[in-house]
Ligand binder design. Structure first.
Ligand SMILES: NC(=O)C1=CN([C@@H]2O[C@H](COP(=O)(O)OP(=O)(O)OC[C@H]3O[C@@H](n4cnc5c(N)ncnc54)[C@H](O)[C@@H]3O)[C@@H](O)[C@H]2O)C=CC1
Ligand SMILES: CC(C)CC(=O)C(=O)O
Ligand SMILES: [Mg+2]
Length: 367
């Protein structure tokens, strides 16, 4: 069987702790199922800065570009608060997204039945929740130029970030959202702020045109992004697929994470366009959470977001749908058994650390 080349970038903080569980899973799949994964590892974020003064080296960037899929942990932390902005840990992730042209970030928020009662929201609000946020990932205010702080010379400075979207960027991300909606409940809600932003006006226009031209069978709603945030906590089950820009998608998916119980539960897939000849797409899989410096090194991080990101990798990069389904079922089963990391703990459940949670999921998956 041809190797499936995975490039692992564990990063900082809880990144390596969560990645360790996926590494065990990959080894077990190779050993017990003959899955044929070949892995290589590199540095990203603060650890890369410490090693070679950049948030990711050119050599590791090349490996990421050549891999069938990249698995990414998390970057950042207070240790690097004072490093120059251009080489801060988060710049490594932004470079990966930009250089690999990973324009589509899929962030599913699923409330596992076992966690419905322990949400900070009422059980009936989150029970059965299954929404998908499709976030544009290579444009918008995170990348627009100019992006600078200028000295106004009067004791004042001006910080500038620029929100820019071109038609093709909105067309391709909304196309992804409509196509995915067809495989789900056939409903897309597009979120922007057309009431105050020109880019929002264009976003709204292009999503509507794309819908009319190619996807009129899908139900489309438009919602202002601030109202969308409110609706996500009021009645999230009204949504199926949400399509939105880079900044709003970042914020709304953190909100959605808490509907599922914890940021430690939310996986994501960042995908590029399929290659015209090979049909293969560049892809990076990462949990939605960051490096969680407050709990790093304590062995208590929830590895589920990272493990579920690997399930997305099996599904989207390797077509291993049965294995992806089985891995997601193993996560649900372990939660049904009452195992909980600290972030999702509630009375009567069994509190476990990162390693125990990982081991239990792997055992269910293989069992
Ligand atoms: N993709 C990435 O690498 C991201 C990196 N960051 C970076 O991470 C650093 C910390 O950022 P924060 O705002 O604190 O966000 P964060 O996501 O790291 O943590 C927010 C809260 O959620 C908890 N949490 C997150 N993941 C968890 C998990 N797997 N298990 C249990 N609890 C978990 C943390 O303990 C913390 O209380 C910053 O440097 C930030 O820039 C933030 C978001 C994404
Ligand atoms: C570059 C990242 C740290 C931004 C972020 O929070 C995210 O993509 O979720
Ligand atoms: Mg974020």
């Amino acid at each position: 069987m041809a190797s499936k080349n995975l490039f692992l970038l564990a990063g900082d903080g809880i990144g390596p702790e969560a990645m360790a569980e996926v590494k065990k899973l990959i080894a077990a799949m190779n050993d017990k199922l003959g899955s044929g994964f070949a892995t290589d590892e590199g540095l990203v974020g603060g650890c890369a800065y410490d090693a070679h003064g950049a948030a990711i080296s050119d050599a590791d960037m090349e490996k990421a570009m050549a891999a069938d899929a990249v698995l990414f942990g998390a970057v950042g932390g207070p240790k690097w608060d004072k490093v120059p902005y251009e080489v801060r840990p988060e710049a490594g992730l932004l470079r990966l997204r930009k250089d690999m042209e990973l324009f589509a970030n899929l962030r599913p928020a699923i409330c596992y039945p076992a966690l419905a009662a322990s949400s900070s929201l009422k059980q009936e609000v989150v029970e059965g929740l299954d929404i998908l946020i499709v976030r544009e990932l290579t444009g918008g205010v995170y990348f627009g130029e100019p992006k600078e702080i200028i000295d106004l010379g009067n004791g004042q400075k001006r910080g500038i970030d620029t929100q820019v979207y071109d038609t093709f960027e909105i067309e391709r991300i909304s196309g992804v959202a409509f196509e995915l909606a067809r495989t789900r409940r056939n409903h897309v809600t597009s979120m922007e702020k057309r009431n105050v932003m020109k880019s929002g006006v264009l976003w709204n226009e292009v999503v509507s045109q794309t819908h009319k031209a190619k996807f009129s069978d899908v139900k489309l709603d438009h919602m202002l992004a601030d109202a969308g945030g409110m609706q996500l906590v009021r009645w999230p089950k009204q949504f199926d697929v949400i399509v939105t820009d880079n900044l709003f998608g970042d914020m709304l998916s953190d909100v959605a994470a808490m509907l599922t119980g914890s940021l430690g539960m939310l996986p994501s897939a960042s995908l590029g366009a399929p290659d015209v000849k090979t049909k293969k797409r560049k892809a990076l899989y990462e949990p939605v959470h960051g490096s969680a410096p407050d709990i790093a090194g304590k062995g208590i991080a929830n590895p589920i977001a990272m493990i579920a990101s690997f399930a997305m990798c099996l599904r989207y990069s390797f077509g291993m749908v049965a294995e992806a389904d089985k891995l997601e079922a193993a996560i649900a089963a372990v939660l049904d058994d009452g195992l909980r990391t600290k972030d999702i703990f509630s009375a009567g459940m069994k509190e476990v650390g990162t390693t125990e949670m990982g081991d239990a999921i792997i055992a269910k998956f293989l069992g």
